[in-house]
Design a protein. Structure first.
Length: 98
């Protein structure tokens, strides 16, 4: 298995960002995409092969999206715990209603 880097990219968008979430989700390196409250609008978890690839991803794919105003990137040094999503009874019921 080749070494990979994980990073979290915090994205601020314009107030009416349109379909920026859809555009972010389509980027192959994006593993998770979360809409958040606070100063940032989205937190994006990405996996890349190098810091060079991370730089290109941020500059050429994310920051070029029309609605993106700014980004901040945090590189993961070491993962201490990683857990896959666990479905709860509540979330299953909520999705069944939709």
């Amino acid at each position: 298995m080749t070494d990979t880097l994980i990073a979290f990219i915090f994205v601020q968008t314009e107030l009416r960002a349109g379909n920026v979430a859809t555009q972010l989700a389509r980027i192959p390196e994006v593993e998770e995409l979360h809409r958040v409250t606070g100063e940032d609008c989205y937190v994006v978890r990405v996996r890349v092969s190098s810091t060079e690839q991370l730089g290109r991803l941020v500059k050429e794919k994310i920051e070029r999206l029309r609605s993106v105003q700014s980004t901040r990137t945090t590189l993961v040094l070491r993962t201490l715990k990683e857990k896959s999503a666990v479905k709860t009874q509540h979330s299953s019921a909520a999705s069944a209603v939709r």
